[in-house]
Each structure stands twice: as structure tokens, then as C-alpha cells.
Design a protein around this ligand. Sequence first.
Ligand code: AMP
Length: 413
Amino acid sequence: MSFQDLGLKPELVRAVAEQGYDAPTPIQAAAIPAVLAGRDVLAAAQTGTGKTAAFVLPLLERLGSPVSGAPRTLVLTPTRELAAQVAASATGYGRHLALRTVVIFGGVSERPQIEALRRGCDLLVATPGRLLDLAQQRVLDLRAVRCLVLDEADRMLDMGFIHAIRQILRLLPQERQSLLFSATYTEEIRALAARMLRAPLAIDVAPRNAAAERIEQQVYRVPREQKRHLLAQLIREGAWQQVLLFTRTKHGANRLTEQLLGAGIQAAAIHGNKSQNARVRALTDFKEGRLTVLVATEVAARGLDIKELPHVVNYELPNVPEDYVHRIGRTARAGQHGVAVSLVAPEEAELLRDIERLLGHSLEVMPLPALVPQSPERREAAHGLAHRPWRAPSHRPARPRHAPPLARARKRV
Ligand code: AMP
């Protein structure tokens, strides 16, 4: 197969030949005809597969004659380095066309970028933060965008860009073609794809990453007032060592941290009201094993670099279902096994339904361990922690890390 066979115009075929490419790579052979036909694409492809040309070539073709006004094609990348690379590729492949490419990213002065946008472009390559800044300042009009590419989408999500991406999606016209490229294919990517792509062609040239499948997702249905007791029990019984826990509010994070400390569980909170110093210290203590639980709000946890977390706990479910997927994506990295536990109160049932709808499957509901009373009436009967003051277990030997969580407790249910 040749580039010509893929339906590219002579100017592009010539530019590709000048780059010394003999034949399209597998991802190019699959993606180029689909993009030319106007289809959305979901591609699992790593760097080195030729993914950049796989979207840049057909998008240059689809741009047609130059207009050089507001951008008509937008490529989002996680980093400025990648933005610069993609823009350089577009300029290279487009050398026999008169289309204009502009690149914008953060960390440098806005001025020259604003000037470049004023002069107009056809293709815009951008990192999400700077793009939003300029769009909010109204120096950038996104209403003419007909094609959107998210390149290295998994890295964008890792870097905490999900909210920026969502905001950008709202600024773009509904009627558009969208392409999503990602090296890994996690539940979080699937969720993003479900939101932004229409009947996409799925292309998979990367070895499928099994991380998502390694996350065990568990739900405990528990009244709100019993959550802290159940949590302490899960941590103790399962001998959990490193738990990233999400609460909805800063106040809730503080209160829970106090309660955990009172129960003899080492914990610290990180949120917007904490000084940078306190946050760094908490994170270091957590990474180095001096803290068992790091209590975080959504915003504070964004961009946290904690790899290979064994446990993520949703103390409260997030309001936005995608945040759930992002939260649990912090466990089971690098091929590790991870457990994501959600404590769901009756009033959160609706949120749980939304999450399950987004995931496309329901979550496993775990039986409540016997020590936690399941309803106020049963409280009397249960030998519950709920009635006892919270104390650290003084003489209980630590269980090995691999002990099956709650195995003993569950037998008594
Ligand atoms: P990418 O995966 O987009 O980062 O591209 C990886 C490298 O492969 C880049 O240096 C491209 O110039 C090169 N490349 C892309 N397509 C082809 C092709 N069809 N034949 C040979 N090299 C290619």
C-alpha cells in the first residue's frame, strides 16, 4: 500500500515522499481513510507508531483551501514539547500547501502567541491551559473548529487536564469530527471517548494495557454516619498501607482526618486551604510510608504524582461521573493490582447510577462486614464499633499486606 492509495492529494504524497517514508505505518493505513471520510477515531497508539502523521495528513487534506482566519482544526497535546513537535510535523507535511499552523502553549509570554492568532491560522496546536486562557480573554475564537484531536489523551488526564478539556469541549461547535489518541486504553479514556466521539472507528495498534482490568472496583452501601467506622475497619482488617481517600469538601477532609487520627490511623489532609509546605510534607510522608491515609479533595488531588497506589477510597462519590474514573485511575498503575472502594450512602444512589451508566457496567456491591451495624435497628444486636469510642488497636498484630481484606469479617455476615 502507498500513501497515494490512501486517497491523499498529490501535494501531501509529495511531502511524505520527501520525508523519506516508503509506505504508511499500520496506524496510518487504518486512520487516514477513516479521517478523510469524516469519521471519528479512537486510536490506541504509542509514540513511534507514526500516529502524528496518521491524523495530521488527513486533517491537512480536509482543511482544503487556506482561509487563515479563526482555527478550523484544533490539536490538543499535554505538553509544550509535543505541541511544538506536532506543529513542526504539520508545517513539514503541509509544505506544498498554503495552510497556516499556529502553536500555543503555557510557560512563555502570551504576546507573540496572541499576535500569531491575530494574523489567523487554519490549524491550531495547543496545550489545554493556555488555550483556555486565550479563549477566555477572547483573543481566540473556537467557533470555527470542525476537527478536534486529543493527542496523548491519557497523559493529558494524568496531568489533571480533564476539567480544562471539558471546558474546551463546551466552547467547540457540536458539529465536528473528533479524534482521540492515547497510548493506553483505560476506563477513564473510554469514558472520555464515550463523551466526545460519535460512532468512532476503534484502531488498536498498541498492546492493550491491562491496568484498567486490574482495578477491582467495590461498593459498600452504608449510611453516611457509619462511613468512618467502616473505613477504619476496612483499613485495619485489610492491613491497608497506602490509601488515597477522596472527600467532597475541605471541611469534610479535615474532619475525617481528625477522626482517623483519633482511631490511631496515621492520616493527613491536603486541600486548597493548606499551605504549599504542608501539602508537600503530607505527600512526602505518604509516599515514604509514614502516613496510611492521604485525605484529598478533588482539586488538591489533581496532578498529584503518586504512582502504584494500592487503594483509592471514595469516601463520598463525586458529582461528576468522570471524576470517579479519574480518581480510580490512580490505582493499578504500572501493571500493579489496585482496589478502588466507594462508600455509598443511600442519598448517593443517583450518583452511583450515573457512574455505572458511564462505565457501562454495574459495580460489585460488597456485603457489609458484621462489625458495622447495617441499620439503626440492628445496632443493638451488632458488636459494633459504632458504640465503642474510637481507639487504636493496641495489641493487634499487623496482618500481612496480602491478607484478603475482610475475609474473616465477611464470614460472619
Ligand atoms: P510518531 O509516532 O508520530 O511520534 O512518529 C514517529 C516517527 O516515525 C517520526 O520520526 C516520524 O517522522 C516517523 N514516521 C511517521 N510515519 C512514517 C512512515 N510512514 N514511514 C517511516 N517513518 C515514519
